[in-house]
Ligand binder design. Sequence first.
Ligand SMILES: [Zn+2]
Length: 151
Amino acid sequence: MSSKVENTGVIAERADHGVTHVAVSLCSFQPVQNDLLCNVVMVKKNLKFVFGPCALQALDLVDQRSVTCLSSPSGRKAFQVMGGSGRLYTCFVSCHYCPCPAFAYTVLRRNEGLLCKHILAAYLCQAMGVTQQESVSDQQMSMLLSGTATP
Ligand SMILES: [Zn+2]
């Protein structure tokens, strides 16, 4: 991986797979420093080590601002994540659940992973403060929680 930082703070070469966007997002209000970029690269390596291949896919979802936090007047929250195929998944971070096939197969059935790319993207967007916010009524939230809402 090669990347360098110009004096203007603009990253001249694109690091692979989303890292650049994360770096720019993390420091859009201050010049990019070499050590910060190194930290981002380390974070990416650590994410991949802990969460496997879904870490890079989750970073793509973060880049695309695919995570929306729905909140209702009663204080309930759910996350909607737009998957790569354009399908919307409603994730419940509070109980660590996503209805996608990867979560069912890798996490629940084979116990080979901790989470899917959608839940990881929701965590990352929350941590970076880039989650889109949307208010829904309690009735809409109740339909989402019961799985009877049409996405
Ligand atoms: Zn998922």
